[in-house]
Design a protein around this ligand. Sequence first.
Ligand code: GRF
Length: 194
Amino acid sequence: MTPVRVAVLISGRGSNMAALIEAARAPGCPYRIALVLSNKAGAEGLDAARLAGIETAVVDSAPYGKDREAHERAVDAVLRDHGVEVVALAGYMRILSAWLVGAWAGRMLNIHPSLLPKYPGLQTHARALEAGDSVAGCSVHLVTEGMDEGPVLAQAEVPVLEGDTPETLAERVLSVEHRLYPETLSRFCASLPR
Ligand code: GRF
């Protein structure tokens, strides 16, 4: 079967993006990364994508100011131009409007560094530590209108260790993100009706 064409949307480092690219190299992977798109020209992940031979695009959000939907329409046009079938958000630091979410309903995934429904939004690791949780982790979910509220497709757990800081916990969670996202995206793409 032809691999599903996936776009990865990033705003920064792109370590999850790199994990998705790497996993797509495996023979029989049900998806291929057709595009990496950033809303920031300086996103570190763009260089890594280019080095990996992946097509990249920048749709800078700054010139659109508060007009979220106009920016999203420009993003959407690039996605459609590249024949994208599934969108994987990976550290894409934009709140999405109902318009973009609706346009990609059931075909847009996100990875979030907490065991949802716990700790949607930012500062997830600090919040887990403050709450005294003994287990932390990450979730891959479908994107719906509410922030980090869509149906969870998969989760992975890590222990919280004595003396953890938000940084040490983030690092431990990130290492399982890099396994969970490719696995879940593969399963999702393999199950898509086409
Ligand atoms: C990850 O922790 C991801 O769960 C969250 O943003 C971070 C992105 O990191 N959505 P990276 O850009 O993939 O390295």
